[in-house]
Design a protein around this ligand. Structure first.
Ligand code: NAD
Length: 248
């Protein structure tokens, strides 16, 4: 595929490559994305279940969905796309991964610099007293899980209607402005403000390389190289080619 060659050439010749990942990168790990007609989201409407007002109104209802999602996420393993980004970091060609995902699979693949734009499912906070829990210490079979004080626990993921963690927001946009290349993987680019990161990078002079099964609103507007296909197949090929180019 000539797009893979082109993407690899751009990455090999760049100083600051930043990856922006979305739910699509974890689909091959068995975690369904929001968009597309897969499993979990045919049963639960994400716009309804992922809104903070739904959680506050009826935590038990939202926790039934979260418990199913946790069951999938906690048994999921990184796939070749996550490992490819880790390898790119080892080659000095991925300064940071900004992820919208809450599944911690980049960290489990070994990526060291990961910004969790939408928080994490690894920890939970009591809505009453603010005590923090690791997910491994919480019995997710009790719905909703509660703190020792009796308060409901909420995962530290950013629900629709909640603000982005300020440090993640600031750092992500700083990186977007510094990037020579933004490698956008498996995101529909429809959830804001994350979807502004590619716009910010482009406006600051970065090349945009996109890896996705389908075109997105970025593809025909700001994307320079569109590599259509599964992230778990395309990214390892790009990285293999980058490694080859760096040796020559
Ligand atoms: P999205 O669900 O809106 O879009 C997923 C995108 O990935 C689509 O454009 C789709 O074409 C693409 N895709 C699907 N399979 C792919 C594959 N194998 N290779 C490459 N691309 C593939 O996801 P989003 O843009 O990230 O926005 C949804 C929000 O919900 C984000 O905050 C997201 O992180 C969160 N979410 C997270 C998880 C997770 O943590 N794994 C799962 C579901 C939703």
């Amino acid at each position: 595929m000539k797009e893979i060659e082109r993407a690899a050439e751009i990455i090999a010749g760049s100083k600051c490559v930043i990856a922006l990942t979305g739910a699509g990168i974890s689909v091959e790990s068995g975690i369904p994305a929001f968009r597309g007609s897969q499993g979990l989201w045919t049963k639960y409407d994400p716009m309804e279940y992922a809104h903070i007002s739904s959680f506050m109104r009826d935590p038990e209802k939202v926790w039934r969905m979260l418990a199913e999602l946790y069951e999938i996420v906690l048994s999921a393993k990184p796939n070749p796309a996550h490992y490819a980004l880790k390898e790119l970091e080892d080659l000095g060609k991925c300064t940071a991964v900004i992820t919208q995902n809450v599944d911690a699979l980049h960290q489990r693949a070994g990526s060291r610099k990961v910004i969790e734009f939408h928080g994490t499912g690894e920890t939970l906070t009591c809505l009453d007293c603010g005590r923090s829990y690791k997910v491994d210490d919480v019995d997710l079979k009790k719905i909703p899980p509660r703190c020792t004080c009796g308060g409901v626990l909420k995962p530290d993921i950013v629900f629709f209607g909640e603000p982005i963690p300020p440090d993640a927001l600031r750092e992500s946009f700083e990186l977007a402005r510094r990037a020579d290349v933004l490698l956008v993987v498996g995101t529909s680019a429809q959830v804001y403000p994350a979807a502004s990161i590619p716009e910010e990078a482009k406006a600051s002079g970065a090349k945009i390389i996109e890896v996705n099964l389908e075109p997105t609103p970025l593809t025909n507007t700001i994307t320079d190289v569109f590599c259509q296909g599964k992230a778990g197949e395309v990214l390892p090929k790009i990285v293999e080619r980058v490694r080859g180019l760096l040796k020559t």
